[in-house]
Write a protein that binds this ligand. Structure first.
Ligand code: 5GP
Length: 174
């Protein structure tokens, strides 16, 4: 099945405004603090680079690559493909993820990183699928609430493609 972009869900301008708004909140909330922003690869690379340019606080960046398995086991697991280079013990950390769908990935990741005893841990998701989360997890910085449809663009892919689009779009059959 061949898929193509069928409509723009959220425009480039709307995303830019929202990222500026979130950056202002982060600048206020972490004033006089040292922050480590943790980007979840690959999807978060675009939002992180846009956000980074608008920050005026003491901040460093690190990245993780993970896979989440829903499987049959009730606890669920995540597999770390690339771990952090930084020791986060006693540090303020902000996890940045592209999209929250079931919430499984972020709730497992939060548990894992909490076990490393950071001073604080918060999360940012640029897109949140409302009414979908099975594993509710508190997201301090939310970009846009969207419906359950599969979306691409602004870091999000379909088979590795469409990440480069500066807007969020829905796919349909070509
Ligand atoms: P969760 O663990 O919250 O169910 O899933 C989060 C991950 O699933 C995201 O990081 C993303 O990789 C993927 N995902 C969930 N919904 C979508 C979607 O609509 N489009 C794309 N491209 N990826 C999605």
């Amino acid at each position: 099945m061949k898929l193509k972009i069928s409509k723009t869900l959220i425009s480039k301008e709307e995303i830019e405004d929202k990222v500026s708004e979130i950056a202002n909140s982060i600048n206020n909330d972490y004033k006089n603090k040292e922050l480590i922003i943790i980007g979840i690869l690959k999807g978060a690379f675009i939002v992180i680079s846009d956000l980074a340019k608008k920050l005026n606080i003491d901040v460093t960046f690190d990245f993780m690559s993970i896979k989440s398995y829903e499987g049959t086991s009730s606890s669920g697991q995540i597999k770390i493909d690339k771990d952090l280079d930084t020791d986060i013990t006693g540090k303020h950390i902000l996890i940045v993820e592209d999209i929250l769908d079931t919430g499984l990935t972020l709730s497992h990741l939060k548990n894992l990183l909490e076990s490393r005893n950071p001073e604080s841990i918060e999360m940012l998701c640029i897109f949140v699928k409302k009414d979908v989360a099975k594993n509710p997890v508190h997201i301090k910085y939310k970009g846009f609430e969207i419906g359950p449809e599969f979306v691409v663009g602004y870091g999000l892919d379909y088979n590795g493609k469409f990440r480069e689009l500066p807007y969020l779009a829905v796919l349909s059959e070509a």
